[in-house]
Ligand binder design. Structure first.
Ligand code: FES
Length: 147
């Protein structure tokens, strides 16, 4: 009888318990799309050291991109896309201007702060730098602050 209850309750408790923040081993990765491709990128999130990495173009950045103006690194945000609740992968909702976890309707703002639903902590934020000629910039995501 105890084993039966254990078998039933363990997966439920495991599902509900928040887990520690994750950390990937890689220090830097180049996104598999360029700045000008970000709004159509199907491979976002992409792999960063074994974890999904989500790059978000802010609404102001989207306006600049649409107007053909230069994008700055501040117009982009990058996060470990593993939800801090129970490890589902989050996605960017451009129409809502937020980052959403469909598993339990968790919501983060574009700074990665948990603002609604069960996520107990912000998303792990990465540093974004741009590399290359204007209009052809690569997006470099790293775990370290630029020097
Ligand atoms: S895994 Fe539960 S809200 Fe993301």
């Amino acid at each position: 009888m105890v084993a039966t209850w254990g078998a039933i309750l363990y997966p439920v408790l495991r599902f509900l318990r928040p887990r520690a923040a994750t950390a990937s081993g890689a220090l830097e990765v180049v996104a598999p799309f360029r700045v000008k491709e970000i709004l159509q990128a199907k491979n976002n999130p992409f792999d960063f050291g074994g974890k999904p990495c989500l790059v978000v173009l802010t609404p102001d950045g989207a306006k600049r991109l649409a107007a053909g103006q230069a994008i700055q690194a501040d117009d982009l945000r990058a996060f470990n896309a593993v939800c801090t609740h129970v490890d589902c992968t989050v996605k960017y909702r451009q129409e809502n201007g937020d980052i959403y976890c469909a598993c339990h309707e968790g919501i983060y703002d574009l700074n990665g702060r948990n603002v609604s639903g069960p996520p107990p902590r912000p998303l792990e934020a990465y540093v974004v730098t741009l590399r290359g000629e204007p209009g052809q910039e690569e997006i470099v995501v790293s775990k370290q602050s630029p020097a």
